[in-house]
Design a protein around this ligand. Structure first.
Ligand code: CDT
Length: 313
């Protein structure tokens, strides 16, 4: 018997600075209700789903950005989302800015099961961008100013009948993200993103180029680890700043099984057969049979690229 996890990728359109949490939560609940009607077991929302993509704004005083962070999860404004998920018996994943009781700031994502219990938390490891205002950029991307790198690694959880892991946005561009979860047998990776439509460093990179790199990264991660990957955008123009869409689901053979073609709130629903991950895991990507860890040391001993290892023979 196949193990089917029907997932709804719930793309959010733009969230402006003036949009309050209550209005965003009601949009998320509307998508959740549609997802349930379409047979979904699991609804997946984007990175920083509750707010505008605030790292584009420079606050001289970092504490001014704290208004975008959640100090409790669920908190008073997110409780209705948890309540509705429990009533509908639907699992969910969403990203948010986390401010811990110790005053630490993370770009986080949680798995919430059908009973409304937080079953897993991930904190974004690969923070892109910069920490100080950079006038050479067309737009700012200050994740390194407002967050510290995640400290929880890339765990995989037994969740809703499968093995599920999380990543956030820029993490999808790094093969290590997927492989660490692949080594735990992951069957579905859920990841939300906020990706600017333009490259702040390059005026020649097109939207098509950027969508190509997005798909390339997700499809490669799915194929090379024989896992489903559910990639969900926050999209559209937020206070004049464009984010691309491209919400998609990639299967364990790396092929895209569905993709949204707009930048508004919307759903992409797919019945994912978790047992379809077995073939790749037992053949070409049978890690136990084929990996050669004795040659992979540089992956963890060296961060940036350095001197070549080649010697005359
Ligand atoms: N949110 C996020 O991680 N966005 C990055 C943009 C990188 S450009 C500084 C991404 O990889 O999509």
């Amino acid at each position: 018997m196949s193990r089917i996890l029907t997932v709804a990728a719930a793309q959010l359109g733009p969230i402006h600075q003036a949009d309050d949490r209550a209005s965003v939560v009601s949009r998320m609940i509307a998508l959740m209700e549609q997802a349930k009607m379409r047979g979904a077991d699991f609804v997946v929302y984007p990175e920083l789903a509750l707010t505008t993509f605030f790292p584009r704004w420079h606050y001289e005083d970092r504490a001014q950005a704290d208004r975008w962070f959640e100090t409790a999860m669920p908190g008073p404004q997110t409780q209705p989302l948890f309540d509705r998920a429990r009533e509908l018996q639907i699992a969910m994943n969403f990203g948010y800015a986390e401010l811990t009781p110790e005053g630490r700031h993370f770009n986080s994502s949680i798995l919430v099961d059908k009973t409304g219990r937080i079953a897993g938390k991930y904190r974004k490891v690969h923070l892109p961008g910069h920490a100080e205002y950079d006038p050479s950029r067309a737009h700012q991307h200050l994740e390194k100013r407002y967050f510290e790198p995640g400290d929880l690694g890339f765990p995989v959880w037994a969740f809703e009948g499968g093995l599920v892991g999380m990543a956030i946005c820029n993490d999808r561009r790094w093969p290590e993200t997927y492989r660490i979860m692949g080594l735990q047998g992951v069957e579905m990776i859920v990841l939300g993103y906020n990706t600017p439509t333009a490259n702040g460093h390059s005026s020649t990179e097109t939207l098509a180029d950027r969508l190509f790199h997005h798909r390339l990264s997700v499809q490669a991660g799915a194929y090379q680890n024989s896992t489903w990957v559910v990639a969900v955008a926050k999209a559209g123009v937020e206070d004049g700043h464009a984010l691309f869409g491209g919400t998609l689901i990639a299967g364990p053979d790396g092929k895209i099984v569905g993709e949204l073609d707009h930048e508004e709130d919307g759903l992409l629903v797919h019945a994912c057969d978790l047992d379809a991950t077995r073939f790749g895991k037992e053949t070409i990507f049978n890690f136990a049979a084929h990996r050669r860890v004795e040659h992979y040391g540089l992956i963890t001993s060296r961060t940036g690229s350095g001197a070549p290892l080649g010697r005359a023979v």
